[in-house]
Design a protein around this ligand. Structure first.
Ligand SMILES: *Cc1c(COP(=O)(O)O)cnc(C)c1O
Length: 397
């Protein structure tokens, strides 16, 4: 069999299982109203939770950053790509999180995916017998980071602190690292972080928290789960992403100064890649001003109001809309094909809501993943809720 026949067969199998994914071209800036594949759509799929991706002040800051620092960094951080703009952003982030760490240092990385690779691989190199304890529903970038680290990994069941406790006590290790998403990206629920931190304390374990969907969204100043839970833990590593609520690009890690220095020295996904454009770091300062200031507070209040509106109008009989206190609002449908059909039904009404299928979510839990943004209006949210209720009447069996 030649290569193209082989690939065609494999792709046909994906089609048959309802797992073939399609790229859609967005012709306008990120926002609730987008033009995509030459159609006007109302989008409930971006992670631009605060509506900052098209904020005029951030766009202006990006332009200013490009004027000042140019288009590209030219090299990796440890060669000559580490700009003053990167350093200023890191200092600002460390300062923002100073009450959660003893001597904090922040590190800016190109993406959250690379940040997780950096954290897992460098921690694995700290001690020969490091064992990682990873939550069942962790993001793919954590899973890939653990694979790349080639470290021993135990998976604990979703939100199951008792199971984690058992695994910690049964598993001998020179060093233990517990890794979890703070907000689960396909469910929108929070990890039991206080209990996890307490358990980690008993084993002197490192706790890594990936707050990709909490940063900007949770807490009075948008500082995420640490702020909303007043979480403090001596061996904490906090990761936040800057391409979601922050509306720009990249990610950051905050931890004790020494731990971050170790990541800088060891993480190949930090060392062997060109530093992100300094203009992005410059624009992120404005994003942080907005997130932590009055506008951020107002936008978080709008988002919370939209969550309440959706809940109020989304009366479902058969499908499940699990409790979620975040911008991520799933509707669990079940089968792949059915979820796909419902996604198409909504699409045909001008509503863009992704149908998420395995392997991104467990088998038989294909779902609509509704994401709300402060940039939506109340009317847009009720329109979506009504359409989903109508879809249930037409499609649920
Ligand atoms: C999006 C996401 C990432 C990856 O961040 P990027 O900046 O998009 O690469 C990591 N972890 C979680 C939980 C995410 O949702």
């Amino acid at each position: 069999m030649d290569l193209s026949t082989r690939i065609a067969q494999r792709l046909a199998a994906l089609d048959q299982q309802g797992l073939r994914r399609r790229l859609r071209q967005v012709e306008t800036a990120c926002g609730p109203k987008v033009r995509v594949n030459e159609r006007d759509m109302l989008a409930f799929c971006s992670n631009d939770y605060l509506g900052l991706a098209s904020h005029p002040e951030i766009i202006a800051a990006l332009q200013e950053g490009a004027q000042r620092y140019g288009a590209g960094s030219g090299a990796s951080h440890l060669i000559s790509g580490h700009s003053h703009a990167h350093a200023l952003l890191e200092a600002r982030l460390a300062q923002l999180y100073s009450r959660y760490f003893d001597s904090p240092r922040a590190l800016y990385l190109s993406t959250g995916y690379m940040a997780n690779l950096a954290v897992m691989t460098s921690l694995a190199r700290l001690e020969h017998e490091t064992v990682f304890f990873s939550e069942r529903l962790n993001h793919a970038s954590i899973i890939d980071g653990l694979k790349l680290a080639r470290a021993k990994t135990c998976i604990y069941e979703h939100a199951d602190v008792t199971h984690l406790g058992r695994l910690l006590s049964e598993t001998p290790a020179a060093m233990r690292v517990v890794v979890t998403d703070s907000v689960f990206s396909m469910d929108g629920n929070l990890a039991p972080l206080r209990e996890l931190a307490e358990l980690c304390g008993q084993y002197d374990a490192i706790l890594v928290v990936d707050d990709a969907h909490g940063f900007g969204v949770l807490g009075e100043h948008g500082l995420g789960v640490l702020e909303v839970l007043s979480l403090q833990y001596v061996n904490l590593i906090y990761m936040g992403t800057l391409g979601k609520a922050a509306g720009v690009s990249g990610a950051f890690v905050v931890a004790n100064e020494q731990l971050v220095e170790w990541i800088v020295q060891q993480a190949r996904s930090y060392i062997y890649t060109t530093a992100a454009a300094p203009a992005l770091a410059h624009a992120l300062q404005t994003s942080l001003d907005l997130i932590t200031g009055t506008q951020g507070r107002q936008r978080r209040a709008s988002l919370a109001a939209h969550q309440a509106t959706l809940k109020q109008y989304l009366h479902l009989q058969k499908w499940q809309a699990p409790e979620s206190d975040t911008a991520i609002q799933p509707v669990i449908i079940g089968g792949n094909e059915l979820a796909f059909q419902v996604g198409s039904f909504l699409w045909n009404q001008g509503l863009w809501v992704p149908a998420i299928r395995p392997p991104t979510v467990p088998a038989d839990t294909a779902r609509l993943r509704i994401t709300l943004s402060a940039a939506h209006t109340r009317n847009e949210v009720t329109r979506l809720a009504r359409a989903v209720v109508q879809a249930e009447q037409e499609y649920a069996t």
